[in-house]
Design a protein around this ligand. Structure first.
Ligand code: HEM
Length: 451
């Protein structure tokens, strides 16, 4: 995936300099059609869902990356649609998603004030730390705990690190590189996957025996479905790992970049604190720490806090390069006014939605973080497709947005975060095919806020 960044530059050149609407390449015997023109991409997603195979790509990833046994493919395909319906219900539908968002907010209110140690009474102490691990220990923990419950995560303290270790080898494993090869990174990924599998076997059994009352309704419903369809435990652990993974790196990286961008832009943290003050109520405690009370309607943050939401969009515009990938189940035709493309059956279509996100023709001063651009009446976010498009679009986008917004607001109300070396500097980033990952530390000094 290191090549994704360069590939985007190359594809942008093909589009802008040579006016190409789509290009095809053959890799390992398959044809991959990369759609560069947004009109063609729109036409592709207008085709009925039946034109695409909904499971071939997800199954390949489930098998190669998350270790689902080959023998469970048929059962996976038979429950796929019902699983997607459950994910849509619990992460996208307002009345159900409110439960998981509220659980996440409660976790954040508990976890954030505890993370920065305040030794005894008196002045708040400065804690020197790095921003990416601070976001993982707070945001990742709060979101995963919202799904699994606390009991399970406390019993498996390496689980989050294991997910990240597996993520580092995602591209190689998805391409089919065997995990047993003596390559240190792959060996680490394989060991992490084994630990994740054991932990989740334990979790599924606990949940099944109703011994963990802290697990979410979403997890309970998924497990009920798998039980009723006799999905074997190894397939369930692989599917659960894949759901945890879908939840984690993109969201955590986005939360990190959003917090950093706000902190490093003049006066923005203060503006966000005022905007979110009706939702987040910090109160001092006797031990120079603070309690965070979060209003029960946090799922309304995206609608009630336009500046905070604009920061989320601006962060994704600058740090996210989403792709949609489909495999055709029948031949499809794509038209613009000038061109027609025929894509035969059993070929891949890839849409790199982010080609224009940092182009001056679409955004003035495109490289600058300027959330106010999304507050203008004429601003349009519908064409940005941060979460993909069509029937296989992200199943967690409403939750992703709400959880990141709550986290950033809570972090700004809980902590004063300053650059350790006097000035903010953006770390080098690696393209991932999703939200970029920082590959350098960001040293910060953090204090619990004085109120
Ligand atoms: C900032 C955070 C996130 C971003 C940027 C993101 C982005 C995406 C993108 C671009 C896709 C591919 C869509 C396509 O092929 O057209 C996707 C798929 C998916 N995402 Fe997310 N996602 C995020 C968070 C989440 C969360 C929190 C969940 C929680 C369950 C989730 C669950 C999924 C699932 C299940 C799919 C596969 C959908 C399918 O194949 O039908 N995502 N996501």
């Amino acid at each position: 995936m290191e090549v994704v960044g360069d590939a985007l530059v190359f594809l942008r050149t093909l589009k802008t300099k040579y006016g190409l609407g789509a290009v095809s390449v053959r890799v390992f015997g398959y044809t991959h059609n990369i759609i560069l023109d947004p009109t063609l991409a729109k036409r592709a997603f207008e085709h009925p869902p039946a034109s695409f195979d909904p499971t071939s790509i997800t199954w390949t990833i489930l098998h190669r990356v998350f270790g689902a046994p080959a023998a469970s493919q048929h059962q996976y395909i038979s429950v796929f649609r019902r699983m997607c319906a459950l994910l849509t219900k619990y992460f996208l539908k307002r009345q159900y998603a409110a439960e998981i968002i509220a659980r996440t907010a409660t976790n954040m209110a508990e976890i954030l004030p505890q993370l920065i140690q305040v030794p005894g009474h008196g002045d708040c102490a400065n804690t020197a730390t790095q921003l990416p691990p601070l976001v993982r220990r707070s945001f990742s923990r709060a979101t995963l705990q919202a799904l699994t419950g606390k009991t399970f995560l406390d019993a498996h303290p390496t689980l989050l690190d294991d997910l990240w270790t597996l993520d580092e080898s995602f591209a190689e494993l998805a391409l089919g590189v065997p995990s047993w090869l003596p390559i240190p990174k792959l060996r680490r990924a394989s060991a992490a996957r084994t630990r994740l599998t054991h932990a989740l076997e334990h979790f599924i059994t606990l949940e099944q025996d109703a011994q963990d009352p802290t697990a979410s309704d979403a997890i309970r419903s998924l497990n009920e479905l798998w039980r009723s369809e006799n999905i074997p435990i190894p397939a369930r652990t692989a599917i659960l790992t894949s759901i945890f993974w879908a939840m984690q790196p993109n969201s955590t990286n986005a939360a990190f970049w959003m917090l950093l961008r706000i902190l490093s832009t003049d006066n923005l943290a203060e503006r966000i604190r005022s905007e979110t003050a009706p939702f987040i109520h910090p109160t001092p405690t006797s031990t120079s720490s603070i309690n965070i009370n979060i209003s029960t309607n946090t799922h309304d943050l995206p609608n009630s806090c336009p500046l905070l939401r604009a920061c989320f969009h601006e962060t994704l515009r600058l740090h996210h390069g989403p792709w949609s990938t489909r495999r055709t189940r029948s031949a499809i035709t794509l038209h613009t006014d000038k061109e027609t493309y025929l894509i035969p059956c059993n070929e891949y279509i890839h849409v790199p939605h982010g080609l224009e996100y940092t182009s001056e023709t679409h955004f003035q001063d495109a490289k600058t973080f300027n959330p106010d651009r999304f507050l203008r009446p004429e601003a349009r976010t519908e064409s940005l497709h941060f979460f993909g498009a069509g029937s296989s679009m992200c199943k967690g986008y409403a939750y992703a947005e709400a959880s990141i917004l709550v986290f950033v607001a809570c972090a700004l109300h809980t902590w004063d975060i300053k650059p350790a070396h006097g000035q903010w500097k953006l770390p080098r980033a690696k393209s991932t095919g999703g939200v970029e990952r920082a590959v350098e530390d960001v040293d910060v000094s953090v204090t619990v806020r004085r109120l």
